[in-house]
Design a protein around this ligand. Sequence first.
Ligand code: ATP
Ligand code: MG
Length: 407
Amino acid sequence: MQISLQDPLFQASIPVLNKIESHGYEAYFVGGAIRDVLLEKTIGDIDIATSAFPQEIQTIFPKHFDVGIEHGTIVVLYQGNSYEITTFRTESTYSDYRRPDHVEFVRNLKLDTLRRDFTINAMAVDAKGELYDFHGGYQDLEDKLLRAVGLPLERFQEDALRIMRGIRFASQLGFQLEEQTFEAMSQLASNFSKISIERIRIELEKMMAGSYLSQTIPFFKNAKLEKSFPQANQFDYVQGLSYLSHQTRGHQGLSPLITWSLLLKGMEINDEKTQRRLMKQWTLSNRLMDQVVAFLKLNHEIIQQTLTIETIYDYDQVVIDHMYNYLEITNQMATKNEMEELINNLPIRKRQELAVNGKQIMQVLKMEKGGPVIGQLLDQIEAKVIRKELVNQTDAIINWLKNNKNS
Ligand code: ATP
Ligand code: MG
């Protein structure tokens, strides 16, 4: 069967495949890009697999980086672009449930596909567009089925992350999990405890942002996938995910800021300390944690109708923008407009926009040394400017300072 390789990402990579082939080796596009092109979705990145061993690739492409050579991956620079090329390999005995004890390079494409997770991810296409599908991946795409390559129990036993990948593909693609694949996922869900939390988080975030989250939650719930998640005995992940999906119904590409915020809200984790503790366990960045906490606080103020020009001033613009996005998604346009009005009415957006700075205040007050009083005065000036009790002009502020000198 012929596949169209019209996509510019494929077009740009065909010369790389041709070059490898001209040296007598095989080379294919593999993995997610094939799945996505068959689904007529935009393809993310291109993975190239080859029968050439890493040293042979290094010889063919003198400009290269050995990023993961022990796993057979070389990044080569060719005609100004970089490409990731991985030697066909088999993987053997995963004694730790997450990394193969050793990989063995092989010359045969079919052997390489046996190590891949799902049939829809195990197809390959050559430079001419010919499809190689050893595990019925094309049919499974047609049937919207996620099916493990080979024996599901074995495959999830080898690498428990695949369980989480399965559920996130279901959420992204709206596919069902084939029966035995799902059975095996359920049986081995507790093996998550052996996987690094970062890798689970990446899959969880993709799952939460999937368009078909709501239809995926029953699988997640029935397989009890959350049982090894942080604090799962105390807080209800299924309830959190249900809330998230209910709120955002089918919207694509939600940001982690929105998904984490709604997850925590749905899990009824309302105090900041507990929110931070859970997010820390999930290894979120400090920046994202701060933003989620702020988003939830802002959301609370919106619901309580306590948002004012003074309280809104304290929120970072990134948080405000995500709140706009969330309000749009949830059809709360009136609230969004009110918020926009408050923001547009703000005379300044941050302290640096004040028409005076600490140094000027010291000059006006003839102070030799700074001190906490400068900060306090800036606080006062800032509050007055925001409340529009004082115009943000140097003269006006200096006048106010002089008049209040002794008070
Ligand atoms: P995405 O669109 O999210 O990039 P992808 O399928 O391309 O999805 P990658 O993580 O980029 O996912 O992996 C590329 C390919 O490598 C997959 O399509 C699959 O064939 C294989 N693969 C990735 N992770 C695993 C895994 N844990 N176990 C088995 N095969 C895997
Ligand atoms: Mg990919």
